[in-house]
Write a protein that binds this ligand. Structure first.
Ligand code: 2NL
Length: 357
């Protein structure tokens, strides 16, 4: 007579046992014990049963409700533990893995070239000297034997600043030579310095930027000759281009601040751009013996001291060394260009003991 209760018991217990997760189990609970649940409905219908069946059927239904509640609770505990175990597996992290690499900065090719120049000349005994970007007209021109209204001043496309300093107009330095002037004014010979730094000229096209870099050098001592100049620059160029037999040629030239003056060429292949081979010549440096007027202008007696000086464009030698075809991207801060041409700061600047020939 309570067959329907026995059937409900077995199907319900099977349903509870079959619930594969907490959601399915809750749905099973609602379908049995919820407001519209099967068992709830049977309990509500109890009133319609015959009075003599009422007690016994009521007891059976209550007993079934207790058993189903207990079965739901124990199944819930099992499923909760299984859910935690699954999370522990799926959310596992391997704390022994190395961390992802930090994005590393890199060295601009101009900085790299300046580092290499400091390393190569440093090994020859040169110190690095620096000075201001804003100079007096006297330090930038007059002291260098370039008189007022001399056409050489026009060559330099000078940026003039308003106002004067100590009677001298102010300029953005057009070369790093005024730093050598300041060195000669403040240090007694012997002097061996290189002067890397920013320089400015009012000139802007595919091969000229209004801001560019130079590295000049100055040696002052007793009995310095053209042979010292030649040996020093040949050794530098062979170290810088890493070619022990790089051909180097000295060609007579003119600068107001040196006498005699020489331009320096290196061997290359005009067609391929390869340095050191090919039979063509490429101008790379200007140089000369420091003009006696320049020594006298800085209080150094030209009968006792001689010296040589040189200057080169940093962008130009950097482009030649690394095959960089265009000057303009040097100052664009374009990360794609920098990722291609910049250098790891972990690579040490080359440190050659001379030319290696
Ligand atoms: C070039 C040529 C040169 C100098 C720079 C110099 C400086 C002093 C005295 C004498 Cl204080 N000379 N500097 C000498 C010869 C050439 O540069 O083509 N630069 C890019």
């Amino acid at each position: 007579m309570d067959d329907d209760i026995a059937t409900l018991r077995s199907t319900s217990l099977a349903g509870i046992a079959a619930a594969s997760d907490l959601r399915a189990l809750d749905e099973t609970r609602v379908s049995l014990l919820g407001k519209a649940g099967t068992l709830t409905r049977l309990l509500k219908e109890l009133g319609r049963a015959a009075p003599e069946q009422h007690r016994a059927r009521g007891a059976h239904l209550n007993h079934l409700r207790d058993d189903l509640t207990e079965a739901l609770d124990s199944r819930r505990v099992i499923l909760e533990e299984a859910a935690i175990a699954a999370r522990l597996v799926s959310e596992r992290i391997d704390i022994t893995l190395p961390p992802p690499p930090e994005p590393a900065g890199s060295l601009h090719p101009i900085s790299r070239t300046l580092d290499e120049m400091a390393a190569i000349f440093g090994a020859m005994g040169f110190a690095v000297a620096e000075g201001p970007d804003i100079e007096t007209d006297w330090h930038n021109f007059s002291a260098l034997n370039i008189p007022s209204h001399h056409p050489a001043r026009d060559d330099h496309d000078t940026f003039y600043l308003p106002g004067i300093a100590g009677g001298s107009p102010r300029v953005l330095r057009t070369h790093t030579s005024p730093v050598q002037i300041r060195t000669m004014l403040t240090q007694a010979p012997p002097i061996r310095v290189i002067v890397p730094g920013r320089t400015f000229r009012a000139d802007h096209d595919a091969t000229h930027s209004p801001l560019f870099h130079q590295c000049e050098g100055l040696v002052i001592d007793r009995n310095i000759t053209l042979a010292h100049l030649k040996g020093c620059l040949i050794d530098f160029l062979r170290a810088f281009f890493d070619l022990a037999t790089l051909p180097v040629r000295f060609r007579a030239s003119y600068f107001p601040f040196t006498e005699p003056s020489m331009e320096v060429d290196i061997g290359w292949n005009r067609k391929t751009g390869e340095i050191g081979a090919g039979g063509d010549w490429l101008e790379i440096l200007g140089s000369g013996m420091v003009h006696p007027n320049v020594l006298a202008n800085t209080g150094i007696d030209p009968r006792e001291w001689q010296g040589f000086a040189f200057g080169m464009g940093v962008e130009r030698v950097t482009m030649l060394k690394h095959g960089i075809p265009d000057l303009r991207p040097f100052y664009d801060s374009d990360l794609r260009w920098l990722r291609h041409y910049a250098f790891s700061p972990l690579l040490p600047a080359m440190l050659h003991e001379g030319g290696g020939a």
